[in-house]
Design a protein around this ligand. Structure first.
Ligand code: NAP
Ligand code: ZN
Ligand code: ZN
Length: 349
């Protein structure tokens, strides 16, 4: 076993504090990664506060992991010492079910093994990237583009793939009109990726405060959902709406912005149920769908696409000692647009 340092929440809603634990030694198919950077996803906060239920404590969050390979097991062929390596939201899956066979392992029939707040095949709770190293089977490790800065690449492992996957699945590209609701960690990646894919991108933010940023990130248009005229002006305007917001909102008003046969894909995950009127869907054959991250193959495709198009996240790098403050700022929407923890600062404790 190998001693690992990190930050953990000891119990629900407890502030994160320094925490040491053991990781397994690399097995024959394992890759050992020295973590350099880890993004702070709103899902980390939902889970550390047990807003989705069933959280396991102590919890070391973090699933936007970027680092360097330090050791590999005897049978590893996909990674070598010194490689830039990424780990996203899951570290294993059954590998046998239809979804695993199709490369959509995030929808594994028996449940993927989440990078943290999950249990591995031995039943041991998994621990995430707010830590100095991680050991992962080579089939669940991503290659990170050499031309992109490692810190700004980390958020691609969750925020990036969570937007890339529905953009691709619903065919965003030249000629399509896409709206991104919520310009946060996920939303800003949606703007960059939608733009890079050639779609016309509109941001629907709760105010006009982030307008300049939205346009700089690649949006063609920017509107506020707090202004009633947004919903009259843009009625029936979009082929695809990707909603990243987890706060309460007027769902039926958003649906009315879809053209006939348009789809709204929900990626923000609120605490409770969402109220949807079927009439708004029926009168336009519109659909509403959910989507979760992406499979390993698609995540690699997204990373390669980002390498080719120079797409990274806009980040604010923080020392790990500021993680609790960062959580409060994410909740206040005071982040432009992703906090990334500089894992080297763990040494300062
Ligand atoms: P985030 O950085 O906090 O962004 C959320 C955005 O929602 C904010 O920037 C803000 O955008 C908007 N917002 C916040 N409070 C609001 C309010 N009271 N009313 C209206 N809009 C509000 O969070 P994130 O990391 O992008 O994550 C967003 C959600 O996606 C979370 O629920 C997270 O758990 C979930 N998630 C899902 C997946 C998946 O696979 N489906 C993956 C990762 C995360 P504006 O200021 O522009 O309005
Ligand atoms: Zn995430
Ligand atoms: Zn499976």
């Amino acid at each position: 076993m190998s001693k690992t340092r990190g930050y953990a929440a000891a119990a629900v809603k407890a502030p994160l504090e320094p925490y040491s634990f053991e990781r397994r030694e690399p097995r024959e198919h394992d890759v050992s990664i020295a973590i350099r950077f880890c993004g702070v996803c709103h899902s980390d906060i939902h889970q550390a506060r047990d807003e989705w239920g069933g959280s396991i404590f102590p919890m070391v969050p973090g699933h936007e992991i970027a680092g360097i390979v330090t050791a590999v097991g005897a049978k590893v062929t996909k990674s070598k010492v010194g490689d830039r390596a990424g780990v996203g939201c899951f570290v294993d899956s059954c590998r046998a079910c239809a979804q695993c066979q199709q490369g959509i392992e995030q929808y594994c029939a028996t449940g993927a093994t989440w990078t943290y707040n999950g249990r591995d095949r031995e039943g041991t709770p998994t621990m995430g990237g707010y830590s100095d190293k991680i050991v992962v089977d080579e089939n669940y490790v991503l290659r990170l583009p050499e031309n992109l800065p490692l810190d700004a690449t980390a958020p691609l492992l969750c925020a990036g793939i969570t937007l890339y996957s529905p953009l691709r699945h619903w065919h965003a590209g030249p000629g399509s009109k896409v709206a991104i609701v919520g310009l946060g960690g996920l939303g800003h990646m949606g703007v960059k990726l939608g733009h890079a894919l050639g779609a016309e991108v509109t941001v629907l933010s709760h105010s006009m405060k982030k307008r300049e940023d939205g346009l700089r990130l690649g949006a063609d248009y920017f509107h506020a959902t707090s202004e009633a005229e947004t919903f009259t002006k843009l009625r029936g305007a979009f082929d695809l709406i990707i909603n990243t917001v987890s706060a309460p909102m007027d769902w039926n008003a958003l649906i009315s912005l879809l053209r006939v046969d348009g789809a709204m894909v929900v990626v923000g995950i609120p605490e409770g149920q969402i109220p949807i009127g079927v009439m708004a869907l029926a009168m336009g054959r519109r659909s509403i769908a959910g989507s979760a991250i992406g499979g390993i193959g698609e995540t690699q495709e997204m990373l390669d696409f980002c390498g080719a198009h120079n797409v990274t996240s806009d980040i604010e790098l923080i020392p790990i000692q500021k993680i609790n403050e960062a959580y409060e700022r994410v909740i206040r929407s005071d982040v432009r647009y992703r906090f990334v923890i500089d894992i080297a600062t763990l040494g300062a404790d």
